[in-house]
Design a binder for this molecule. Structure first.
Ligand SMILES: Nc1ncnc2c1ncn2[C@@H]1O[C@H](COP(=O)(O)OP(=O)(O)OP(=O)(O)O)[C@@H](O)[C@H]1O
Length: 286
């Protein structure tokens, strides 16, 4: 990747202060029409595993239709925060939360919140592609069927629409009845995105979605995120800072359970407010 003059300047300054990572400036991002409303709002929101406070009193709004990256060193609470948004952490008996987390004005952890409906609106894609050992068609139709869609024509439409949105249709349209496990890793991951899109979510949670993929498949997922930006609110956990800077509008930096800094991506990567953020993004620790 070619560096711009501005990037070379930033890197000169960074190198003088002991940084050992090259900084690539995030590209300018266009504003999203009708985006930017608080879609998920955390207020003094903590997440515990037993007595251990893995995520500490977070106050933040995730803005609708934008891409927000979550970065930070291993064990800082990125995945724990992400999984809390659609209550995936409920599956861990020792895990509980304090404070509030609101989604579309409703309390995610409210007494009457229906987790199945919540997970329909807030879909998740994991680190390793995890298609069901079923046909490509049945993978995508799985969610809509679960939510009561039986009509064959409607299911066919949903399958095509979802695969198109996930930029996979052209590659699989002639083999929808084949087992999804026969697809490449990158195709499987796009299939998982399509499966999530099939139930028409509002939010996509992506937990290191490219860490098991090669650079070419990674680039396709990044292109896909760019395509979906503006239609869905997207949160992506990533260890790859260049990826965060390429795909996201906003970045959250977590350190030891604290949300240390949350800012527009360009600002966070070029002019971090906090010394710990600066040390992390310039590679003084990882
Ligand atoms: N099921 C669990 N039970 C107990 N502690 C856990 C559990 N899952 C995570 N933790 C702890 O919570 C903290 C945050 O973990 P988390 O997986 O959210 O970090 P992370 O930033 O996503 O890390 P990584 O980048 O390595 O995936 C860590 O100290 C971790 O050991």
């Amino acid at each position: 990747m070619q560096m711009t003059a501005e990037e070379r300047e930033v890197n000169k300054v960074a190198a003088k202060s002991g940084a050992n990572r090259e900084i690539f400036l995030p590209p300018e991002r266009e504003r999203v029409k009708d985006g930017g409303k608080p879609h998920v709002s955390a207020k003094n929101f903590s997440i515990f595993y037993g007595n251990f406070e893995a995520v500490k009193k977070v106050n933040a709004d995730i803005l609708s239709k934008y891409v927000t990256a979550i970065i930070g060193p291993s064990g800082c609470g990125k995945s724990t925060f992400l999984r809390a948004i659609n209550r995936m952490n409920d599956l861990i008996p020792s895990c509980y939360t304090t404070g509030t987390l609101m989604f579309d004005g409703e309390d995610v952890y409210g007494r009457y919140t229906d987790e199945v409906q919540l997970r329909k609106k807030i879909g998740m894609v994991f680190q390793k592609p995890n298609p069901f050992p079923k046909s490509i068609f049945d993978n995508i139709a799985y969610g809509p069927r679960l939510h009561g869609v039986k009509d064959k024509k409607m299911l066919e439409e949903v399958v095509e629409k979802s695969l198109r949105k996930a930029a996979l249709w052209d590659e699989v349209k002639d083999r929808l009845d084949r087992n999804a496990l026969g697809l490449s890793g990158g195709q499987q991951q796009r299939l998982c995105v399509a499966r999530t899109l099939a139930v028409e979510p509002e939010i996509l949670l992506l937990d290191e979605p490219t860490s098991a993929l090669d650079p070419k498949a990674t680039a396709k997922i990044e292109d896909l995120i760019e395509e979906l930006r503006g239609s869905y609110t997207i949160l992506i956990v990533t260890h790859n800072m260049q990826q965060a800077s390429r795909v996201s509008d906003y970045t959250m930096f977590y350190y030891e359970g604290d949300l240390v800094e949350y800012a527009p991506t360009k600002q966070l990567f070029t002019n971090p407010r906090d010394q710990v953020t600066e040390d992390y993004i310039t590679g003084r620790f990882s």
